[in-house]
Design a protein around this ligand. Structure first.
Ligand code: GRF
Length: 188
């Protein structure tokens, strides 16, 4: 049995899709949802599905092994980031080598890096006059949005699309593909 765990910072709409996708899965269990933000709506979503949650602060995350110890004790094998905005520290990277993935709401390597999250990404895509955008699911390393790319899915952008329209199209791709890519990543 693989036990996955999520790090989120905000809404958690992807986390909810992932939780429901694996609810009756024979070999993958969503064991834990972690957040640095005690107000994150995703914590409430997880509780609705009886998924254990944990909130941590920056010192616990960056300056101690507390989070790593919690994950080890829970038998976690894979980590999924879904809207988590902090860099992953070395102790987590070395405990879970190649076992941490993230989703980015654009086609990396374009429109990534520090500060590129949420609507900022879609506004930059619009500003650049791109005719397509999409999602990138990638391994996590010590740098923002630079790990090995596992999957990209695209959608087209019409001239009349606003950044909000682009965000909606990208979110549809996220909800559709992230659970499937996670399943393939863990089981293959
Ligand atoms: C998604 O757009 C994801 O690509 C990015 O953060 C957002 C999280 O959205 N990394 P939600 O919290 O899952 O609704």
């Amino acid at each position: 049995m693989h036990a996955s765990q999520f790090f989120i910072s905000g809404s958690g709409s992807n986390a909810e899709r992932i939780i429901t996708h694996f609810q009756k899965h024979e070999s993958i269990k969503v064991a834990l949802l972690l957040s640095n933000n005690s107000e994150a709506y995703g914590l409430q979503r997880a509780a609705q599905y009886n998924i254990a949650t944990l909130v941590f602060n920056k010192a616990q995350f960056r300056e101690s092994d507390e989070v790593v110890e919690v994950l080890k004790a829970a038998g976690i094998t894979h980590i999924v980031l879904a809207g988590f905005l902090w860099l992953i520290p070395q102790n987590l990277l070395s405990t879970f080598p190649g076992r941490i993935i993230n989703i980015h709401p654009a086609l990396l390597p374009k429109f990534g890096g520090k500060g590129m999250y949420g609507m900022r990404v879609h506004e930059a895509v619009k500003q650049a006059g791109e005719t397509e955008t999409g999602i990138t699911i990638h391994e996590v390393n010590a740098h923002y949005d630079e790990g090995k790319i596992l999957s990209q899915q695209k959608c087209s952008i019409e001239k009349s699309d606003t950044p909000e329209d682009i965000a909606r199209k990208v979110q549809q791709l996220e909800h559709r593909y992230y659970p499937l890519v996670i399943e393939k990543w863990i089981t293959s």
